[in-house]
Design a protein. Sequence first.
Length: 255
Amino acid sequence: MAGEAFEDCTWLSSINVASDNPIYSSANGVLFNKDKTTLFFYPRGKFGNYIVPNSVTYIGERAFEKCLGLTSITIPNTVKGIGPNAFKGCYSLPAINGIIYADTYLVEVTNTDLTECSIKIGTRWIGNDAFAECQILTSVSIPKSVFSIGARAFDRCFKLRSITNYAVTPQPILENVFGALDKSKCTLYVPVESINAYKTANQWKDFNPILAAPIQEGIEQVYCEQTQSKKTLRDGVPIIERGDKTYTLTGQEVK
């Protein structure tokens, strides 16, 4: 059952579950499992802001789908998983440069004419099909905070030629995340110390070439652990100094 029984109830604004129900519970009109660790369904007729309780670790599939009255949401760090299409069709949520965000969850791109995109710092999830149909997108920058990239997230982004991924550990991704993209024609930029990890990671390893991510003023402290990096020249060759280690732009440590 969960929320599927109510998905067509457009004007439903509250669900109340009896306290002695052994399976489900409710709070502020929202449907949860008994111990409120899973949020099943947010009524389509509720309006305004919503703060997900700290007890929640999982937001269910389609839990907020088509909640046109939802204007903002706060997702606590206790949430470790979000089901497919959880926020699909929530068009009243804030949009930045044509991209709809549900707090730290990137829902979808409504401006399919984007050619370049820097995903908002602090984003943790990129939703299913988020960039699908962005057929003229040529470059995208993914912040270190992103740990989950949904199925078909970049499907049909045929013109992608540059991806900068600041995640130190490669995110596990499905084969269909980049659809039919020819990865041999798309450069992947990653943290210099992570190049070898990406070269052996499923799907990521198919990008060619895989190079050190550019160091950007004002962003380095956010993305690079506790140590700053500095790009410099040694004997006319560009190198990257990070802490007490030195790397070439292809990720080889210089002794």
